[in-house]
Write a protein that binds this ligand. Structure first.
Ligand SMILES: [Zn+2]
Ligand SMILES: [Zn+2]
Length: 195
């Protein structure tokens, strides 16, 4: 039962969405007094910005490729979800200042995976073409590298780890962007599981 001071209540999510008021003709029943279509937020019309953003709290914020649009290997891609350095379950791209690129996936915060790529140039353990490229073409200076999420995989249902979906999406991106082509730094062996 509603108290009198609750007879007008406004539910907000940044903007006023729906207000209810007491209907005097039907006792204690709430009716919709107005409905603003433009203010509706749900998974289809979220107000959250899309694109890649700095998390503001990691060592690699300076190297995230910010914005909605990514251009690589002849592809113009619009990022349709909100992604930052800490986003998990993403297919990501590491781009080099000279136009080369590497496509990968991770179920951990994206900056952690990027850190592994950066460290691999020193240790030699990791993706051979990426390591050799930075060593030979950029004097091992990893400041030539930027990273960004291409696509966020929906949270796995039914307790799955989303690994299969990540693999599938990653493979699709590698093929689409010909990441094993002239500008790509993916190794052909990584594709053996899929082709
Ligand atoms: Zn960050
Ligand atoms: Zn390069």
């Amino acid at each position: 039962m509603l108290k009198s001071d609750e007879c007008l209540r406004e539910y907000t999510d940044r903007k006023p969405l729906i207000t209810f008021k007491r209907c005097h003709t039907i006792k204690d029943k709430l009716v919709r007094s107005r409905f603003k279509e433009t203010g509706v937020t749900n998974w289809l019309t979220s107000n959250k910005p899309t694109g890649n953003y700095k998390c503001g709290d990691c060592s690699f914020c300076a190297q995230i490729n910010q914005g909605k649009y990514l251009v690589f290997g002849g592809i113009h891609h619009t990022v349709r979800q909100f992604i930052n350095c800490r986003t998990k379950y993403v297919v990501y791209i590491v781009t080099c200042s000279c136009g080369h690129f590497y496509i990968g996936k991770t179920n951990r915060p994206m900056f952690e995976r990027f850190r592994e790529h950066v460290n691999s140039v020193r240790t030699g353990k990791g993706c051979p073409k990426l390591i050799n490229h930075v060593r030979e073409q950029h004097g091992s200076d990893t400041q030539c590298l930027r990273f960004a999420g291409l696509e966020l995989i929906p949270a796995p249902k039914y307790g799955g780890d989303g690994h299969r979906e990540l693999l599938r999406k990653e493979a699709a991106w590698i093929i689409r962007a010909t990441a094993i082509g002239p500008l790509g730094l993916n190794d052909r062996n990584e594709m053996n599981a899929f082709i």
